[in-house]
Unconditional design. Structure first.
Lengths: 325, 387
């Protein structure tokens, strides 16, 4: 047994298409932006908060009195971004700044297209550069520019004057996932067409896929155990809902399967049988994909299929010794 | 438990598929304001805010407790967030209660919420994982095989789940806040509804709801001065266990059994079916009623379905131990709030404030929540009497 493992890493993107209800206050702010107007809101103490918030941060009162605010103001503080990143609003160097608009009492965060860091200073006057097309988003302000700058672009009238109540807010997280030692060892075995689990030194139970520890005993697992292709159905469900991005067509059987010699089930597809014939205790076997398609993945097993062996009594499921080894 | 604590205010929103008229903050605020009004209090009377929320990935708002400080009047006050998956509403209430019982704070606002219409709860629970086939299909896909194993062991009639689905919706029709309003629902309608994760049908699963639930928890001195009847917290317990290990009992998890024993011992409950007047138990899929009846000691092993089938758990059929008179999770499921709704509805029963779904003369009630792969449990017993 070798404890060394190749480092396995995979690029991974997790994304969800969230939506947001704006509520009446943020909705009015965005509706005004789309019409190229700036509005703030009057706080309990009479100050004008910009951008408007639903609830007073000091008194907790619900706020409702909108106040028109100018689309120009003073830079209170700023920082220069020399190398803009992909998610930034500009691909040229720019400044993030806190800008106090005329008529507001609190500064708001936005970006300034000043061309050069030398053009930036605290106290400088700036004005909004409206986007050619407005959509009711913060980006309807295509940055601020020094007040003296000439603005040329043509401004199209807003496409709609309906009150904004919601917006789309998809979020995607892209990162590299690095498999841990136990998972990497397991995936390397899968690539060679072998099912290798780990045995707990304390309770002697065998886990596949291994996690490098036994959750019941709280101890690391090191000893590797090679298992065969036969398994027993511990339980199952027939799923009538498609999985996004998965070619499996419903209804399909997802079974909790325990390999002979293992003591904990994993999920896999069950096929080559009528769904209504699947039962707890049924004997099944892994159907591997052609060897040239094997990767570092459980998907090397296409699915499990029934075999002609008597059902396992329920009290023996998860306790079978792997006789093939 | 050093000091007595009680629920002195409960506030809920009307549970709906979509609350498009409010932001998350506006919705959470609504429940909090309702609780303050119920308790006859203002923001200044609150010492701390304890908030509960299901996984951040549900709505994609990371650290929502920061974003909600304005809406919940937290300026200058301690704010704390609790997170135990689906049981979070229950454990949040317990954390709030324990701060009062310990004497650290005198009066706490506790609140939990979910805006499922803005989120993607089903696939946020079953997201694709690196190096793994994407085979899990929502919470129903996870729990269906466990339900199948319960059906095998108990030899329950095939329609026990259908009965629960009807019973909880008929209860929900008596609760104006319940999301699903199905006063005409029949066994046949549930049976004919589409199969999602066999053996679970569409109408045997909880809905997706928007909503929030809040409570004010106060110490003995302040609770006694409260304008409405307090619900005295007689016991609280939480337990957890790992999701996956060899030999884990998944149908009736040990953590649930232990948690119930603990909370009953604190509250002096010897026979839950006799000593409690009603229970609000986390049943997101119909079959979890008979399963939890056994896990929580209301019925012997393998016999939970008998209480369901003979109407013992039905308010409408005059059962001796009505479960989920509010309609339960099967009628309203804003996930992060669902556990707190159970705890709050138990309190409303013993305060005599449950309205159309009130159990006559209810004195002692159980609130229960579970989460994750049925591995987080939280429970409390509340009573109209201090001891």
């Amino acid at each position: 047994m070798s404890s060394s493992a190749e480092i396995l890493s995979q690029a991974f993107t997790l994304g969800y298409t969230y939506t947001r209800s704006t509520g009446p206050i943020v909705g009015q702010f965005l509706t005004s932006l789309r019409a190229r107007k700036m509005v703030g809101i009057k706080a309990s103490d009479g100050k004008v908060l910009m951008p408007p918030v639903e609830f007073d941060p000091v008194s907790a009162a619900a706020l409702s009195e909108f106040v028109d605010v100018a689309d120009c103001g003073v830079v209170k503080t700023w920082c220069w971004v020399k190398q803009p990143r992909k998610a930034h609003p500009s691909d040229k160097p720019f400044a993030w700044a806190m800008i106090l608009l005329d008529g507001a009492d609190t500064p708001m965060l936005h970006w300034i297209d000043a061309g050069d860091e030398a053009a930036m200073s605290t106290g400088m006057r700036v004005k909004v550069r409206w986007a050619e097309e407005t959509k009711g988003l913060m980006s309807d302000i295509n940055g601020f520019v020094p007040e003296a700058a000439a603005l040329l672009g043509e401004l199209k009238p807003a496409a709609s004057d309906e009150q904004i109540t919601g917006m789309e807010a998809p979020i995607y997280l892209t990162y590299n996932f690095t498999a841990g030692k136990a998972t990497a060892r397991y995936l390397q075995s899968m690539k060679k067409g072998k099912l290798v689990g780990q045995r707990c030194p304390n309770c002697r139970n065998v886990y596949i896929p291994p996690r490098g520890s036994c959750a019941a005993c709280g101890v690391p697992t090191e000893e590797e155990v090679t298992l065969g292709n036969k398994a027993t159905v511990e339980s199952f469900t027939i799923v009538y809902i498609p999985i996004p991005g998965n070619p499996i067509k419903p209804p399909y059987v997802i079974a909790n399967l325990v390999l002979d010699g293992a003591n904990l089930s994993f999920l896999h597809l069950l096929s080559e049988c009528k769904n209504e014939d699947v039962r707890i205790g049924m004997r099944v076997e892994a159907l591997w994909k052609p060897e040239e398609e094997w990767g570092y993945a459980m998907e090397n097993i296409q699915y499990f299929k029934p075999i002609d062996e008597p059902d396992v009594p329920v009290d023996q499921i998860g306790k079978l010794i792997d006789e093939g080894r | 438990m050093a000091q007595l604590a009680a629920v002195v205010g409960v506030g809920q929103t009307k549970y709906k598929t979509k609350r498009k008229d409010v932001s998350i903050a506006g919705m959470v605020r609504e429940a909090a304001v309702n609780a303050l009004e119920d308790a006859g209090l203002t923001w200044n009377d609150i010492d701390a805010v304890i908030i509960g929320k299901a996984p951040d990935m549900f709505e994609g708002v990371i650290m929502p407790e920061l974003y909600l400080t304005d809406a919940l009047g937290c300026n200058g006050k301690p704010m704390l967030r609790v997170h135990t998956a689906g049981s979070v509403g229950g454990s949040t209430a317990i954390v709030a209660a324990s701060y009062v019982q310990s004497g650290v704070f005198k009066r706490i606002l506790t609140v939990s919420y979910e805006k499922q219409s803005e989120s993607n709860a089903m696939w946020a629970l079953s997201n694709p994982q690196p190096f793994s086939p994407h085979l899990n299909a929502g919470a129903g896909g996870y729990f269906a095989p466990i339900i199948r194993e319960y059906m095998r062991r108990s030899n329950a009639p095939y329609d026990a789940g259908i009965k629960v689905a009807v019973k909880d919706r008929l209860h929900g029709a008596k609760n104006p806040l319940a999301h699903l309003q199905l006063p005409e629902i029949t066994m046949k309608e549930v049976e004919d509804s589409p199969m999602l994760w066999e053996p679970l049908r569409f109408l045997e699963a909880c809905p997706s709801s928007d909503g929030a639930c809040a409570m004010i928890i106060a110490n003995e001195e302040l609770a006694t001065k409260s304008p409405r009847k307090p619900a005295w917290i007689r016991g609280t317990a939480m337990r957890s266990e790992p999701t996956m290990y060899a030999g884990r009992e998944q149908v009736s998890p040990q953590a649930g059994i232990d948690c119930a024993k603990d909370v009953y011992a604190q509250a002096g409950i010897h026979n839950p079916r006799k000593d409690l007047d009603c229970a609000e138990v986390y049943v997101p899929f119909s079959w979890y009623e008979p399963m939890w009846l056994e896990n929580l000691g209301f019925a012997e092993k393998g016999k939970g379905w008998e209480l369901t089938m003979d109407g013992s758990t039905s308010l409408i059929e005059g059962g001796d131990i009505p479960w989920n008179c509010s309609g339960g999770v099967l009628s309203s499921n804003p996930i992060g709030a669902s556990g707190m709704i159970r705890f709050a509805e138990a309190a409303q029963q013993v305060r005599g404030e449950a309205g159309g779904h009130q159990v006559d003369g209810a004195k002692t009630a159980l609130g229960h929540a579970y989460g994750g792969g049925a591995q987080f449990f939280s429970m409390w017993v509340v009573s109209s009497e201090k001891a």
